[in-house]
Design a protein around this ligand. Structure first.
Ligand SMILES: NC(=O)C1=CN([C@@H]2O[C@H](COP(=O)(O)OP(=O)(O)OC[C@H]3O[C@@H](n4cnc5c(N)ncnc54)[C@H](OP(=O)(O)O)[C@@H]3O)[C@@H](O)[C@H]2O)C=CC1
Ligand SMILES: CC(=O)C(=O)O
Ligand SMILES: [Mg+2]
Length: 422
């Protein structure tokens, strides 16, 4: 079979999956009996008036009498859909529905996806801010930099529920956990590693901020965007790039990569050439995370270097670095202590729990899901798999403990009873 027909087949499979047997991937479920006249009288008028009165008297009663406490809005303007660019809100809907599927599958969180036609960031902010009564949390998704920074900051300030731009912070968490483990396997440490990141947008900027907080040295970092290497000689850099301007002679990605220990790509397909990869230090780490097409394909990279640890954002190669390993569990922890916001410590708790879990033995059930006899901490396994049941046992608890310690939890942590467990 030719490459072309493989690609065609994948396209048809994906379109068929989304179209059949019914359009889309997610629907509403009813959680109470609705079989009798009495049931209906409880579900709607007149019974429904009782929780209305209770909530009007005490807004906290909404956590008890409505689905709000387990409901997250996944909201996009479609301005940075995966790595496909600004294709608008309607085209972002399959991704937002997909996010809903993952929230439900891995953390039993219900989702409403909202694709917002907004003429400017303020219009988007005004729309989302008004939705606070409906939801326990807000997951912002696929909103491009720099508008995502303004939107997230304004909404976090205005709303008393967690507002989390997953492309920024979810991605940063997974990269931090995966990179720590990959460097460790290569006999290196973040504190000494020379790192090059390409794509200083939403995901890239948040990743850099987290890695710098975790010990990456400013002088060991070069950041590349469309203008090339961000350096001190550039005087019209946008605000979110200024922090990363380096004192360096390097001007291109090729210059920057010579002797680098790690590459993190959050940009666009095929930017990392074979020559550039060959010029990196011994035992390099390459995270080519642009979706759906990475900065370099693993089969190409492994031909150039046999001392490489490689990750992509895709599930069809080893080492998927994807925010699915964070957002369901961060929100589960936040909802289960009714957190008002998500703090840096809640994110770091998630990084540490994830990185530690990858270093434990892999469960039989996970091997079965991947149809493998063996898998364990090593170059092809630097992060746990999304199907690992220990994620839901450990990450939300770690996140909620950090929320309690930071004083942002409304209640003590009460783990959500996961369906089919216990
Ligand atoms: N694996 C994962 O879990 C995740 C992967 N991603 C992927 O990361 C990528 C970026 O996403 P996100 O941060 O949300 O998007 P943004 O649009 O906010 O950021 C992309 C950045 O990359 C820059 N860029 C684009 N093309 C090039 C190029 N040819 N050379 C140098 N820089 C370039 C952009 O510059 P400009 O603004 O000028 O276009 C921008 O600064 C996407 O491919 C996305 O799919 C994102 C989140 C999670
Ligand atoms: C995975 C993801 O959120 C993205 O590629 O945008
Ligand atoms: Mg995204």
């Amino acid at each position: 079979m030719t490459q072309r027909s493989d690609a065609d087949q994948r396209r048809h499979e994906a379109l068929d999956y989304h179209a059949n047997p019914q359009p889309g991937k997610i629907a509403t479920a009813i959680t109470k009996p609705t079989e009798t006249a009495r049931d209906l009288a409880l579900a709607y008028s007149p019974g429904v008036a009782e929780p209305v009165r209770a909530i009007a008297a005490d807004p906290d009663a909404a956590w008890q009498y409505t689905a709000r406490g387990n409901l997250v809005a996944v909201i996009s303007d479609g301005s940075a859909i995966l790595g496909l660019g600004d294709l608008g809100p309607l085209a972002s809907k399959p991704v937002m529905e997909g996010k809903g599927v993952l929230f439900k599958r891995f953390a039993d969180i219900d989702v409403v996806d909202l694709e917002v036609e907004a003429e400017n960031p303020q219009a988007f902010i005004d729309t989302v801010r008004r939705l606070e009564p409906s939801f326990g949390g807000i997951n912002l998704e696929d909103i491009c930099a720099p508008r995502c920074f303004e939107i997230e900051a304004a909404l976090t300030e205005a709303m008393d529920i967690p507002v989390f731009h997953d492309d920024q912070h979810g991605t940063a968490i997974i990269i931090a956990a995966g990179l720590t483990n990959a460097l460790r396997l290569q006999g290196k440490r973040l504190e000494e590693a020379r790192l090059v990141l390409v794509g200083a947008g939403a995901a890239g900027t948040a990743t850099l901020n987290l890695l710098l907080d975790m010990g990456l040295k400013r002088e060991n970092l070069l950041v590349v965007d469309r203008v090339g290497v961000l350096h001190e000689g550039l005087d019209d850099l946008p605000k979110h790039h200024r922090r990363f301007a380096a004192k360096t002679e390097a001007r291109t990605l090729a210059d920057a990569l010579v002797g680098a220990d790690a590459f993190v790509g959050l940009s666009a397909p095929n930017l990392l050439s074979e020559e550039m990869l060959a010029s990196m230090a011994e035992k390099p780490v390459v995270f080519a995370l642009a979706n759906p097409d990475p900065e370099i394909l693993p089969e190409v990279a492994h031909q150039v270097r046999d001392d490489l640890i490689m990750a992509t954002g895709r599930s069809d190669y080893p080492n998927q670095v994807n925010n699915v390993l964070a957002f369901p569990f961060i929100f589960r922890g936040a909802l289960d202590c009714r957190a008002r916001r998500i703090t840096p410590n809640m994110k770091i708790a998630c990084v540490e729990a994830l990185a530690a879990l990858a270093r434990e033995a892999v469960l039989e059930s996970v091997l079965k899901a991947y149809d493998l006899d063996a898998m364990g901490f090593g170059p092809d396994y630097i992060l746990p798999k999304p199907f690992d049941p220990r994620l839901i046992e450990r990450l939300p608890a770690a996140v909620a403990r950090a929320a309690e310690a930071d004083g942002v939890a409304r209640t003590a942590y009460r783990p959500h009873p996961m369906p089919g467990v216990g």
